[in-house]
Structures are given as C-alpha cells and as structure tokens.
Design a protein. Structure first.
Length: 604
C-alpha cells in the first residue's frame, strides 16, 4: 500500500466532496475510514467501502423523502460517524448541509432553520428532537426530523429513525442517487457564531471546501497511515474541513467521547493528528501543570528542571545556533525520563496538533514544543472555508499563524485590516446581498475585520480585531485580545474580558480559577460562607491584583488594568456568554454586568 497521500500527487476526476471520497474509497476500500466509540465504550471501525455504502443508503432514503438538488437539510448534532454519513449523503444529492450546534437555544435553532429554509433536520437524540419540536410550528418549511440516536424516543411522533435509513430497502435499491453537481454548487450554509446580532449563513461551495482540504492535506503531509482523533463539534468549520482533508488522504477519523474524555481517548486511539482550539490546549495544560505542582517535591523539581533545560535547547535551535554537547546530553536524559512521559499521555504517536480559532499563548506553545509536541497555528474564518494561513512542520515560527495556503492571497489594507482573496473565499451570505457586498469588495478581496502584519519572514501575525477595538475617551486604541491573553496566563485566572470603550481607562471582568482561590484561602485561614463572599475578601482581591499587575507590567500605561470585578460564575456556552466556538459574546457579557461595570468606574 502506498504511503503517499491520496490528496497530494493524485489526480481526482471529481472536484466535489462526495465524488472525491468515492474515488478514495476505490483505492482504499478496506482501510479504516471512521472509528468510533460505541455505547459499551469499545471502538468500532467503518471502512471506506462501508462508508460509501452507508452514504448511498441514506442518500436514497433522503430522495424518497423528496430531498433534491438545492434543498437545505440541517444537522443538529455534535459529531460522529452518523454526522459524517448524513453530511456526505446530503451532498451526494446536490442538497445543501446546514450544520447547527446542538447546544444552541431553541430560539437560535428556529432562526437558523427558518433563515435557511431547511426541509429536513437530523437531530442527535431525544433531547435535541424535543428542542426542535418546541419550535417546529414556527418553521414552516420543515417537513421531517430524523434522529441519530433514537433511545428514549418512545411515545414521540413525526420522526424518522436514522438506523432505518442506513439499511437499504428494496423500494430504494434501484433509485439513482448521484445528481450532477459541479464544484461551484453550494455544499453548505454555515451560520457564523454571531458574537453580535443574529448569525448569518455563510455559503461555501464544493470548490471552496475542496481547495482548503487539499491544501491542508498537502501542507501537513497527511497519509493513509494517519489517525485524526476528533473531539471538536463538526459544526465547527475547522474540524469539518479537517475531516475532508483526512478522507481525501485516505486517513482514518476517530470519534471519542468529546472533550470530557480526550485523555482516555488519546491513549486508546493513539492519534497522529489533533485539531483543537486554544481553550482546549489551555485546559489540558493547566490540568497537567496543576498535577505536577501539587505532586511530590522531587517530581516537581525534575519536571521544572527538564522544562527549563529543554527550553534552552529550543531557544538555541530557534535562533539557528549550535547546541553545546553538554546541553544535548542533559536534554537527552530529560527527554527520556520526563518529556517522553508527557508524550505517552497523548498515545506516543502524535505528529502535530493544529490550533486555530483564536490566538495561542506563545510561551505555552514553546513549552509544549520543548517537551516534543509540535503545535501548528493557523488563521481563518468561516467565510474562508476556513484556512487562510498556517505554520508547518518545516516552518513553525512561534507567535505567528504562518504563511498563506497555495493560491490564497493575503494583503494588509487600511487600518491594518487583513484582506483575503482566493478559491477559499465564500460564495456570499445567504439571502443577504448587502452584507455580501460589504464583506467582499469589487476586486474580490474579503475584508476579515481582523488586524495583522507580516513579519520579516513573511508570516502573518494577528494583532487585533477592528470591531473589538476599545477606544478610550482619550482616543487611545486598545486591542483587548492581547491583554486578555496575557492575563489568562496568570495562575489564578481562568477567564477574563477587558472593558473600557469610551471610558478613561480599561478594567476587567475576571473569572478566577476556583480551585486555586479556595486552596489559597484554606492555607491563609480565610473563611467565608460562600465562594462569592470569598471573592470579596480583601486578601483574595489583593492576590489577584498582584497577578494582574505582574502580567501587565510591560504594557503601555493606557493598557494597564485599573480595576477589576471577580465573578463567581464563568462565561459558558450554556449561559449564552460564549459562542459554540468558545469566543466571548462581549456585548451580552457587558449587558449582563452593566451595573457592576458602572459601579466599578463610579467608585474610581
């Protein structure tokens, strides 16, 4: 079996997603395409030939339901093999996939179903089905709901069982399923996270997604021997394009139990590839760091000494300098007895981790690199399918998001705005021609709303976001993302949002790390009736204030945090204070804590 990627150096007759998957299945029929954890906790495998057969069965079942080219079919689920099969089956008919995060409120689910004119929706389980049923009468075009996991559906009416759709019936076996679709056919409408206002539907064609998936497969040298452990939702366009990259390369996708079980899933699957958002890396990093710092003194010393020593080697190699023999010997010992233990936690085969969706702290990335984890950062948006730039295994300059994909043009426009043009740029916003015209200028440049610059090596560096700029009453422009990234590195801070637009100075809403705060209180003998009361204690506030002061000591005077509020509850997707892609909904957060923020400034 060739180890060359199916996606690189191989000519595909088709340039549509289901057509290309079918071609890969002809070459790698018996290789694993999708592995997944069943309800008993064991992993099951679906080969490429089995995957194509399931896709055909479901496509025929959809055709019997009247689904045809151009119809919209939604998928309201997390991820897994059923998601993949439904996605490919919908596109096989030339229909359009509308992904919906299963954690969204009923109001937002109804908005997306109505705005997209969806005729059918796949629901993950009984809970999601009930959410859809609660708004079904407000979605006039919705004709049918199909349920992936029908456990607990007893007594419910008006739904299809996906398990039955996967089984070919005599009535559908002779039906032709493949419609004539072109690369310019719309493949999906993805609704943006909507940090402000209602989400907009981004129309991506097969050509958009294929160009990005092929570029990713080639840049990261994906081969049929790769295994991609997936734990992000497939509604996230980064995860979904990563799925297509793996399938085009003949690699395998493994679906575990999600973020909650990623540690045990990595040991079971032993992946070679991971796709994450920085918040996931930060959570794992913090958990490991906490375990080390709370462990025996000798182990703590060994780990810290190893990281310091390995970091010295990374710094020299990064600058192109020679590593002295003594340092190489020390590093080999630390690598064998310390760093290898960390790599073993990820299964021992991990080639690289792709991080996107938000900036990743440079120091954290360097520490992970020192112990042997290659963190590759990228930049993109839903409107760009999503990849615009990435670092690579050969060129991984920390603090940057790398160079553009082949065929993708990037330039810096007025106000340092990043402009993108290429085959990855969306067709437009669904039913919003004015918004499309505002986003894509007559020359074809997509205006990202993000600010950036190129370094001397041609790597893109993200510096801020135009819409999120804080402009103080003194006229100072402040990019909150960079300040928040610095503050988030504090050992006592879990989440943070900087405020101060049209104010004299900036302040912060801080969600402390609860375990660190309660541990300090116990050691200091600080007592309180509730955790919220504990956060009001002068000793706790001074502790956090000192951390904030230290984290921002190198910032410009107008970028220093002059006051803060400690919050007992964090920003979550469930509270609608974060988007499903884990971005802060700044407007909603400011509105919720408007009184507290106003009091903070009036006190000062």
């Amino acid at each position: 079996m060739s180890s060359q990627p199916a996606a690189a150096g191989v000519h595909f007759k088709s340039q549509t997603i289901p057509g290309m998957v079918r071609e890969v299945a002809e070459r790698f029929a018996d290789r694993p395409a999708v592995t997944h954890k069943d309800k008993s906790g064991r992993y099951r495998t679906i080969t490429y030939s089995e995957l194509v057969a399931l896709v055909d069965h479901v496509a025929r079942a959809l055709k019997l339901q009247g689904i045809k080219r151009g119809d919209k079919v939604a998928i309201c689920s997390y991820h897994g093999p059923d998601w993949v099969v439904a996605d490919l089956a919908i596109m096989t008919l030339g229909a359009i996939v509308v992904p919906i995060y299963h954690t969204l409120s009923a109001t937002l689910v109804a908005h997306i179903l109505r705005d997209s004119d969806s005729r059918l929706v796949f629901a993950e389980n009984a809970k999601v089905f009930d959410t859809i049923q609660s708004v079904r009468e407000t979605v006039p075009d919705l004709e049918q709901v199909a349920v992936f996991d029908d456990a607990g559906m007893e007594g419910r009416l008006r739904f299809l069982r996906f398990s039955s759709m996967k089984i070919e019936s005599p009535a559908s076996s002779c039906e032709r399923v493949t419609e004539v679709i072109s690369p310019e056919t719309t493949a999906t409408i993805i609704y943006t996270s909507g940090t402000t206002g209602d989400p907009k539907g981004v129309m991506l064609t097969h050509a958009n997604l294929v160009s990005n998936a092929l570029a990713g497969a080639e840049r990261f040298h994906l081969t049929p021997s790769d295994v991609h452990l997936s734990f992000l939702p497939l509604c996230h366009v980064l995860e979904r394009t990563g799925l297509y990259s793996a399938l085009f390369a003949g690699a395998a996708i493994a679906y575990g139990g999600g973020v909650a079980t990623v540690a045990e899933d990595m040991l079971a699957v032993r992946p070679t590839v991971l796709i994450v958002v920085p918040r996931i890396i930060e959570k794992i990093y913090e958990a490991v760091e906490r375990s080390v710092m709370e462990g025996p003194a000798l182990r703590r010393w060994m780990v810290l000494d190893a990281i310091r020593t390995l970091n010295r080697r990374v710094n020299l190699e990064y600058k192109g300098l020679k590593v002295p023999l003594f340092l190489r010997l020390r590093c080999s010992v630390h690598d064998r007895f310390v760093a290898s233990k960390f790599r073993a936690l990820a299964g021992g085969r991990l080639r690289f981790v792709i991080s996107g969706g938000a900036p990743l702290d440079r120091n954290m990335a360097k520490t992970l690199l020192a112990v042997g984890f290659k963190i590759l950062q990228g930049y993109g948006l839903t409107e760009t399918s999503p990849g615009v730039t990435t670092t690579s295994l050969e060129d991984n300059r920390l603090g940057t998001v790398g160079k553009p994909y082949p065929g993708v043009e990037v330039t810096i426009g007025p106000n340092d705005e990043i402009l993108v043009r290429g085959p990855n740029v969306m067709k437009g916003y669904y039913n919003r021609p004015e918004d499309t015209a505002a986003a894509i200028d007559p020359a074809g440049w997509f205006h990202t709303g993000d600010q950036g610059a190129f370094d001397q090596w041609g790597n893109l560096v993200i510096t801020g976001r135009i819409k999120e700029l804080i402009v103080t009453s003194y006229g100072k422009n402040i990019a909150p993302l960079r300040i928040e990234a610095d503050l988030a590195q504090c050992s006592l801070i879990d989440q943070v949002m900087v405020c101060g637009d049209r104010r004299k100075y900036i302040t912060a809403l801080v969600v402390p790390r609860r375990d660190a705060i309660t541990r300090y209180a116990q050691e200091a003998g600080i007592k309180s009736d509730t955790y919220a009361d504990l956060l009001k204690h002068a000793g706790i506030r001074k502790l956090v204030a000192d951390e904030i002061e230290k984290a921002t000591q190198n910032a410009a005077p107008y970028e220093r945090v002059k006051g803060f509020i400690l919050l007992a509850e964090g920003f979550t997707v469930e509270s609608d204070l974060m988007t499903p892609t884990l971005k802060l909904r700044r407007g909603k957060i400011e509105r919720k804590y408007a009184a507290e923020i106003a009091a903070l400034y009036s006190e000062a």
